[in-house]
Design a protein around this ligand. Structure first.
Ligand SMILES: Cc1ncc(COP(=O)(O)O)c(C=O)c1O
Length: 403
């Protein structure tokens, strides 16, 4: 059994008042709040360990380097990578996807090649492919969703061809929380020789992943959605692919020898980590993973699904509110209200201390498919409670009456 009160007490940000009301934070899909253990790891790093890594010879730098590399090992273990060389630090999922596009894709795509991308993706998993398609003469092809708001696997199989070189899709989408069938997509796409990029930004928060079982070629995520700070993220890539890829950013640490006649590059993972990295972020990501590992993940997810289901049941009884693309066993709910702008609802909720997300959620193509400009999204973290759901529903009913 999870003791949610005990968990909540570890999140200082949840203890504040917003607009004279106790904060109800329902925007965890955008970013999670941080537990004290993560905040402490950052404070500890900057108060007693701070040094640059992989440079210099003094004790502080040696210690910081050890911590930094232990964090990489921790992530490698957490996602079942074969080697920590397969873990490249990035600023987040967005940077990781751009890295793949500008190295792997840019150096391999040819005119007429195709990149299949699900219609439900975040812009971070669409735009980098459009940019590299423009650079190489390749084409981005949309894989539509079904009428139920799910990945259209049948259409996907008809779109696959010898031209398909990359398939990019999110494990769990950010607007509706749809779990896309990445296992089947990976297996089928591999049969056609395509490389699979899984955007795990939402997925890793709600499922344990194992790269050996999943067999994705690339997997990316951001620390800040996993209770760690912003500015640290991960690109996992299969070793052989990463080794064959050209470097992206040039600078310190990613080189072996620089001369004006020519430069040779570092081994993995340094080859893709130019410049001073976010050492504190990496260490804090390890702290977040360690912190999360004390909980039974199934219990956490059951708790979140229960809150989501309760919210859905209540919203379904409110006239004028329409839930879009509802997914059972998810951590988010997205809705619109007839004749009312999504931002107005979010503003009224904010006045009652409730933080939700209103807008297009960086998913214009999905908004177009739903035929809306934007929605209100409610998303849960492990710290949310049933009482918060009751207050949310009362606040939405009040907003509906006012609008
Ligand atoms: C599914 C998905 N992919 C990618 C991203 C981009 O993540 P970041 O902004 O942390 O790079 C997000 C952020 O909301 C997301 O939800």
């Amino acid at each position: 059994m999870l003791d949610i009160e005990l968990i909540r007490n570890q999140f200082p940000a949840l203890m504040q008042q917003v607009n004279d009301q106790a904060l109800i934070y329902l925007d965890s899909a955008a970013t999670t709040q941080k537990p004290q253990a993560v905040i402490d790891s950052i404070t500890h790093y900057y108060s007693s360990q701070n040094a640059n890594v992989h440079r210099g010879s003094h004790s502080l730098t040696a210690h910081a380097t050890t911590q930094f590399e232990q964090a990489r090992e921790c992530v490698a273990d957490y996602i079942g990578a074969q080697s920590s060389k397969e873990i490249i630090w990035t600023r987040g999922a967005t940077e990781a996807l751009n890295l793949i596009a500008q190295t792997y894709a840019r150096s391999t795509l040819q005119v007429g090649d195709e990149i299949l991308v699900s219609e439900m993706e975040h812009h971070a998993n669409i735009v980098p492919w459009q940019i590299v398609a423009e650079q190489t003469g390749a084409k981005v092809v949309k894989v539509p969703m079904t009428a139920n708001g799910e990945f259209d696997f049948d259409t996907f199989t008809t779109l696959l061809s010898e031209k398909t070189k990359i398939v990019a899709l999110a494990q769990i989408t950010n607007v509706t929380g749809c779990r896309q069938p990445i296992e089947q997509v990976i297996e089928t796409a591999h049969q056609h020789g395509a490389v699979i990029v899984v955007d795990g930004a939402q997925g890793i928060v709600h499922e344990s992943v194992n790269m050996q079982q999943l067999n994705a070629d690339f997997y990316v995520f951001s620390g800040h959605k996993l209770y760690a700070p912003a500015g640290i993220g991960v690109l996992y890539g299969k070793l052989a692919l990463l080794e064959a890829m050209p470097p992206w950013h040039g600078g310190g640490k990613m080189v072996s020898k620089v001369s004006f006649e020519g430069t040779t590059f570092s081994e993995l993972p340094g080859k893709f980590e130019a410049g001073t990295p976010n050492v504190a972020g990496a260490i804090a990501l390890k702290a977040a993973i360690n912190w999360l590992q004390q909980f039974d993940q199934r219990a956490v997810e059951q708790h979140i699904h229960h809150l989501q289901q309760k919210t859905y049941n209540a919203l379904s009884n409110i006239e004028d509110i329409q839930v879009l693309g509802y997914q059972a066993n998810a951590s988010v709910i997205t809705f619109v209200m007839d004749g009312v702008h999504h931002q107005d609802i979010a503003t009224l909720l904010d006045q009652q201390g409730i933080a939700v997300r209103a807008g297009h959620h960086c998913a214009h193509p999905l908004m177009d498919a739903f035929g809306v400009k934007g929605t209100v999204r409610i998303s849960f973290g492990l710290y949310n409670t049933e009482e918060e759901v009751d207050l949310l529903i009362a606040a939405i009913e009040k907003a509906v009456d006012m609008l």
